[in-house]
Design a binder for this molecule. Structure first.
Ligand SMILES: Cc1ncc(COP(=O)(O)O)c(C=O)c1O
Length: 495
């Protein structure tokens, strides 16, 4: 029966994977979808219902059909990846063998493999092999929270046990971040009792990177406001435009002022495995911690995040707890491999297995080649935009995220009007929504300098420059239609 059920799923997934037609996201009314899901549920409540093969087939169909089509070249919208199918196969095995990964006893191979992957990837980070450590967490948000917790415990002793009273009478603890930092960092500051209003926002330059020249003055201004900055967070591949903050220069400032330096590399740390792109994270070995999502640019199913620490001791100090049913006072050869003391989760998916299996079978180049292709493709897309007077490009892409605006050249329209900032903003939002609802492409949008921009994220190596040109044609057609309909509304007094 297990084989038959698996084969049902396999046949459907095989068809799904081989469909590389260009399609976006079909958003279904949630009420309708809920109804469709309810209609698939058995009416039998008093006994175990008889197995219904058709019900299973319909459940799988509905699941596949209503997802983001990450394998399609039309998917350019978000940061989670088109998954390498083999990683999905390993994930399937993980579900069946059920080996939670926080304790060696429960997940032997995942615990051993976590160490192997830590060592493999640390070759590109460059931490002292005798001192560093890594722990997997369910997502980059949790990795950021965990790292900031370790930072807080290291720099503000007593906070773990006494809470905010440990710093009563002293300047308020604060965290310095790039002005465009991912929201999970602000959320972590709230969770940790630092307070999200105690974030000191470091100004950005035109490329949306932290502007190094302004950091010292901003930190000094914070001190004058009675804040004690104990930690600085920089991004390696920021969410909005994929900007890489200058880690080496920021590390020098962090060392000078005794700040914990955390790098949120959820998106871009994967560039480390590429010889051609590693330099984007120059200085990474000077950071105290690094969050790295493998479910983004290492193409494995979500979640699979790794949190690296320069110093094992500080990782262990993130959670200072006793729990005799799981934590051993005296480590033995087995418990030395437990990751439980280093992470928030107790039962944790053996997420490293997918990454390790791909690494074990194909080696580093699988990842490096895909990443280099996607970053190269994004660079090519940027050049296509620059050569087209109908588009403006507010930034030069550093990795595989590219933002741009449709702003037709010489636009004067029937009314001879120019698009002002507000109109430009609304036009991008309307284009994004129309493109999404037409269902050929799935792209996102982000606000840059107060006006929306269209955003593409290249996460699937089956996307080519030709697909990008097709997207641009659709954007132009849509944009023109929207402008014309606006004008005709103005003409008829409907505006
Ligand atoms: C820069 C950055 N940090 C953190 C996160 C959060 O990661 P996760 O979605 O794995 O929780 C994201 C997600 O897109 C991100 O782009």
């Amino acid at each position: 029966m297990f084989r038959e059920n698996s084969e049902t799923a396999l046949a459907k997934l095989e068809k799904h994977l081989s469909d590389i037609s260009i399609r976006g996201l079909e958003l279904i009314d949630p009420q309708q979808l809920t109804q469709a899901a309810r209609a698939l549920m058995t009416a039998e409540h008093d006994a175990v219902a008889a197995f219904d093969e058709e019900r299973l087939a319909s459940i799988i169909d509905l699941y596949i059909r209503t997802g983001i089509q990450v394998q399609s070249p039309g998917y350019m919208g978000r940061q989670f990846s088109g998954v390498v199918p083999l990683a999905g196969v390993i994930d399937f095995v993980s579900s069946m063998v059920s080996q939670p990964a926080s304790f060696y006893e429960a997940g032997q191979l995942p615990s051993a493999v976590e160490r192997i992957m830590a060592e493999e990837l640390n070759r590109f980070i460059g931490y002292d092999p005798g001192r560093f450590t890594m722990v997997t967490t369910s997502g980059g948000s949790l990795a950021n929270l965990t790292a900031l917790l370790a930072a807080r415990n290291e720099k503000l002793p007593g906070y773990w046990s006494q809470g905010a009273s440990a710093v009563r009478g002293q300047p308020r603890p604060a965290i310095a971040v790039g002005a465009d930092v991912h929201y999970s960092v602000a959320r972590a500051a709230g969770v940790l009792g630092i307070g999200d209003a105690q974030l000191v926002r470091l100004p950005l330059n035109k490329q949306q990177q932290i502007s190094v020249g302004e950091v010292r003055a901003t930190l000094e201004a914070a001190e004058r406001q009675n804040l004690k900055v104990f930690c600085m967070v920089a991004s390696a591949g920021g969410t909005s435009v994929g900007a890489f903050d200058p880690i080496d220069e920021l590390a020098a400032i962090a060392e000078e002022r005794d700040l914990w330096l955390h790098i949120d590399g959820a998106h871009g740390a994967s560039l480390l495995v590429s010889d051609a792109l590693r330099d984007k994270l120059r200085g990474i070995a000077r950071a105290d911690s690094l969050a790295w999502d493998a479910h983004k640019m290492m193409f494995v199913p979500a979640p699979c995040t790794m949190l690296f620490y320069k110093n094992r001791e500080t990782a262990l100090s993130a959670f200072r707890q006793k729990a005799s049913y799981v934590f051993e006072e005296e480590q033995d050869i087995y418990t030395a491999f437990d990751s439980g003391p280093k992470n928030f989760e107790c039962t944790k998916r053996p997420m490293i297995m997918t990454l390790w299996a791909l690494w074990a079978i194909y080696g580093r180049s699988l990842f490096a080649e895909k990443i280099e292709y996607l970053c190269g493709l994004t660079g090519e897309a940027y050049e296509i935009l620059r050569a087209d007077p109908d588009f403006e490009t507010p930034h030069r892409p550093e990795a595989n995220i590219l933002c741009f605006r449709y702003h037709p050249a010489g636009y004067g329209g029937a009314s001879g009007k120019k698009l002002d900032k507000k109109a430009l903003h609304h036009l991008q939002v309307a284009i994004r929504n129309r493109v999404k609802s037409e269902g050929n492409f799935f792209i996102s949008k982000v606000d840059i300098d107060g006006a929306a921009a269209l955003r593409v994220v290249m996460m699937n190596h089956q996307i080519t420059a030709e697909h990008f040109r097709m997207l641009l044609s659709e954007i132009k057609r849509t944009g023109r239609e929207l402008i014309e309909s606006d004008e005709s509304e103005e003409g008829t007094g409907k505006a």
